[in-house]
Design a binder for this molecule. Structure first.
Ligand SMILES: [Ca+2]
Ligand SMILES: [Ca+2]
Ligand SMILES: [Ca+2]
Ligand SMILES: [Zn+2]
Length: 450
């Protein structure tokens, strides 16, 4: 139901994500099956995954198992079908932390002193700095003697619980004596990259934080290795750590250059979208690094990182996106470049300049794109103009948006078909509050374009 795009009613589902707390899990995936694409593996793999990360008892029946799968799917912004789909399996196989996503932990598990010692190389000190910048905690590097936080790299061949290359990359222990606060890294991984991002996350546990279902948070259980995004604490991480330890007196000046980013929330009345597109049966809404996916058969919408579906290819802060069902591609626009993907893979030679589509040089970016599935052509919006693109050819001169859709103020944020019948325009100056719907009249539109 794509109705009620107004400031009082949120058209998204109100169902909340599952609780997001966890506790150390000492035997992460120790006996799990190796991660591979053989379809006979998933059943055992699923069992182990749910047992370790979703507190599933192996004796539960298939009905409860489905509920557990749905819980996991919701946590990761997947369609909560309860089925072990290819996409679900792909998400489960992503590098992640070894701690549970659902186990309860007391809120008082924290260090009671302000000076915490650790044995740390430079990369770890950088990771700690992110946490100490926002709290009154001070970290002292201690080389020779025992530290509060000890860091180890383990190999799966010794008594450690790691799972070889991939899967679980690291885990940590909540604050406490001895092993408490310690951080273990799987030494079978290639640590020449990504160590910084994993360390920030694990240090969050060492300070007493559990997993967050906020996909923009450092404490999200799957690590974010987007090469275009320098890891930093999100608003959610900062809020949670400050709840435990209080605020660094210099918090504002220390974070002034890069304030903790807030994950956009779908019911924010001031939310605007960068782009919207159909994708098979779904409608995808893009904002910053995130997207929401709306499936016609499911009430709830799911938020996830764009990079979780298209790792390393599609940039954040997009201008426009459309799906061309005739050519079976999805096309993304940002600035004067566009990216074409077929079945989640970037086509060769992309990104390309939008001038290769036939835009004149005065056009520096695209506001929105609308693909007409039945007729097989695309309309691009740039300011108060729109351009018709068909069979890989751009119509020579643009039309005015006002002429085609007199009620629509320009520029627009995004446009999409919904149900194949309505075009929904999302408008910049009024944000979502007055998004406009108009019944599409193909005859009228075609006549105007010629
Ligand atoms: Ca310790
Ligand atoms: Ca591993
Ligand atoms: Ca846009
Ligand atoms: Zn974790």
């Amino acid at each position: 139901m794509f109705t009620g795009l107004n400031k009082t009613v949120c058209f998204w589902s109100k169902s909340a994500p599952p609780p997001s707390v966890s506790t150390p899990l000492f035997h992460a995936l120790a006996q799990s099956a190796p991660v591979d694409s053989d379809m006979s593996i998933p059943v055992i793999f699923l069992q182990e995954y749910l047992r370790h990360f979703y507190d599933d008892d192996l004796t539960t029946g298939s009905c409860d198992k489905k509920t557990k799968v749905q819980e996991m799917q919701r946590y990761f912004g997947l369609l909560p079908s309860g089925e072990l789909t290819e996409e679900t399996l792909a998400v489960m196989k992503k590098p992640r932390c070894g701690l549970s996503d659902v186990e309860q932990v007391g809120e008082t598990v924290r260090w009671t002193k302000k000076r915490i010692t650790l044995k740390a190389q430079k990369v770890f000190r950088r990771a700690w700095k992110l946490w100490s910048n926002v709290t009154p905690l001070k970290f002292r590097n201690r080389i020779m003697t025992v530290a509060d936080i000890d860091i180890f790299f383990y190999n799966h061949n010794d008594s450690s619980p790691f799972d070889g290359r991939g899967g679980v990359l690291a885990h940590a222990f909540m604050p406490g004596l001895h092993i408490g606060g310690d951080v273990h890294f799987d030494s079978d991984e290639d640590w020449s990259i990504n160590l910084f991002a994993v360390a920030i996350h694990e240090f969050g546990h060492a300070l007493g934080l559990s997993h967050s279902s906020d996909s923009g948070a450092i404490m999200y259980p799957a690590y974010n290795f987007d090469p275009n995004y320098e890891p930093q604490l999100s608003f959610d991480d900062v809020k949670n750590i400050q709840k435990l330890y209080g605020v660094n007196p210099n918090f504002t000046s220390l974070t002034s250059k890069r304030p903790p980013p807030k994950t956009p929330t779908k019911c924010d009345p001031y939310l605007s979208f960068d782009a919207v597109t159909e994708l098979h049966q779904e409608v995808l809404f893009f904002k910053d690094r995130f997207m929401w996916r709306k499936h016609p058969e499911f009430e709830e919408t799911r938020v996830s990182l764009i990079s979780s579906l298209w790792p390393d290819t599609v940039p954040a802060n997009l201008d426009a996106v459309y799906e061309n069902t005739w050519e079976n591609v999805v096309v993304f626009f940002k600035g004067n470049q566009y990216w074409m993907l077929r079945q989640l893979k970037l086509e060769e030679g992309f990104p390309r300049s939008i001038s290769t589509l036939g835009f004149p040089s005065r056009i520096k970016s695209v506001d929105a794109a609308l693909h007409f599935r039945d007729e097989g052509y695309t309309v691009f919006f740039t300011g108060d103009e729109c351009w018709r693109y068909e069979q890989r050819l751009m119509e020579g001169s643009p039309m005015s948006v006002e002429e085609q859709w007199p009620e629509i103020p320009t520029p627009i944020d995004a446009a999409v078909f919904y149900d194949g019948t309505y075009i929904t325009f999302l408008l910049e100056p009024f944000k979502m509050s007055i998004s406009h719907k108009k019944k599409f009249n193909p005859t009228k539109f075609t006549v105007h374009l010629h």
